[in-house]
Ligand binder design. Sequence first.
Ligand code: HEM
Length: 181
Amino acid sequence: MHRYTLPAIVLHWLIALLIVGTFTLGLVMTDIPGLTPTKLKYYSWHKWAGVTVLALAALRLLWRLLRRPPAYADPMPAWQRGASHGLHWLLYALMFAVPLSGYFYSLASGIPVVWFGIAELPVLIAPDPALKAVLKDVHYWLTMLLAALVGLHVAAAFKHLLVDRDGVMGRMLPFSTRKER
Ligand code: HEM
């Protein structure tokens, strides 16, 4: 069967949903002027969702190392195979780098992260205003890179679905999208 395993599919779509939500919340919350209760609530939700992405990304990477992706049903040019492989590993790297930069930004600001208000996560660094300024920019630019690469990833998936109709999209869905022969 030319399809990812169920755990890989569930993790893919759960993480995709959370990344879109966390990204949107990040833009909305930083746009709220002043220091309102709503803004503080959104910051907390943003951090909790982001840390959840980090935890799920770790699970996903572990699963990816245990189970290799299925073979492609149709032959694919070597450059396309290499490009998709490279993009997938960049996305893995950013699924870690983006939440980690946000996490360390929060710590450098002197604000510990209490996941869902229940579990205080390790305070690994002391407050540091200079590092805080750097990490703020790092978190922003890594996030924008992630958004651009997710855009490319989605565009490639839709090209396979609508133009090539080669079943590549169906590998990450619970049903097949392969054209009838
Ligand atoms: C997939 C994970 C994440 C995504 C996609 C994401 C995305 C974003 C975005 C789009 C912004 C707005 C940037 C701006 O317009 O200035 C932002 C800001 C922020 N993020 Fe994240 N983030 C993630 C994870 C995290 C985590 C795990 C934390 C902390 C535990 C965090 C802490 C923050 C903070 C404190 C800000 C506000 C920065 C400021 O004050 O300007 N983020 N994030």
